[in-house]
Design a protein around this ligand. Structure first.
Ligand SMILES: Nc1nc2c(ncn2[C@@H]2O[C@H](COP(=O)(O)OP(=O)(O)O)[C@@H](O)[C@H]2O)c(=O)[nH]1
Ligand SMILES: [Mg+2]
Length: 199
């Protein structure tokens, strides 16, 4: 299995449309999730680079696909957050179409990191996403982020609940707890990414 130095990650570019993406070669892993779940924070923690992906206290600000390169063949894509209530329906639909097209057509895409706030797991759009990714035969790794906000017992309960919900797809969906704030779960995440970024 390839071991990747995630600290070497560099910002590549931001795109608003799929045709602006880099050549569909090599390996790509996308980070998805509701706005404010902590996608940018996960990326910053993973790469040990606080300024890499902009974290924001204003949810829904990231409306572009932000690409980061790990090496010449490997990239991570921070996808626009979904489920932001204040966004007009037309814009939401535009996002859904973009994400849907990206998932269906991106050959280099090896897997999806689905970031959820552990206090609000498996919201409607998370579930929709799991169904989409299943239809596209894409493996999903769920990060139950912000575990620093819950007690040990609450974490255990939520982890059990989510594991039960995804049990019908044991090979395609995996789950772990994470804290981008405290750096909990980073090694487990790296192991999964290294697997996706190999062969
Ligand atoms: N307590 C806690 N807060 C977090 C964690 N990860 C992210 N946050 C906070 O959640 C908010 C949204 O994070 P951000 O990374 O911008 O989310 P994004 O919209 O999904 O990219 C910010 O205020 C972060 O500081 C975490 O693991 N623990
Ligand atoms: Mg973000």
């Amino acid at each position: 299995m390839k071991k990747i130095n995630y600290q070497k990650a560099e910002f590549l570019l931001s795109v608003a449309e799929l045709h602006q993406l880099p050549h569909d070669e090599g390996f790509e892993v996308a980070i998805v999730g509701r706005s404010n779940a902590g996608k940018s924070s996960v990326l910053n923690q993973l790469t040990q680079n606080k300024s890499l992906a902009r974290t924001s206290k204003t949810p829904g600000r990231t409306q572009l696909i932000n690409l980061f390169s790990l090496d010449e063949a490997r990239r991570m894509a921070d996808l626009p957050g979904y489920g932001f209530a204040k966004v007009p329906q037309a814009v939401k639909e535009q996002w859904q179409t973009l994400l849907d097209n990206y998932l269906r057509t991106r050959d280099s895409l090896r897997g999806l990191l689905l970031v959820m706030d552990i206090r609000h797991p498996l919201k409607d759009f998370d579930r929709k996403f799991l169904i989409w990714s299943g239809q596209c035969d894409l493996p999903v790794h769920i990060l139950l982020n912000k575990c620093d906000k819950l007690s040990f017992n609450e974490i255990k309960q939520t982890l059990r609940k989510v594991n039960e919900a995804v049990a019908p797809c044991p090979n395609m969906i995996t789950v772990q707890i994470f804290s981008a704030l405290k750096g909990i779960g980073v090694d487990e995440l790296k192991e999964k990414l290294n697997e996706w970024f190999s062969d």
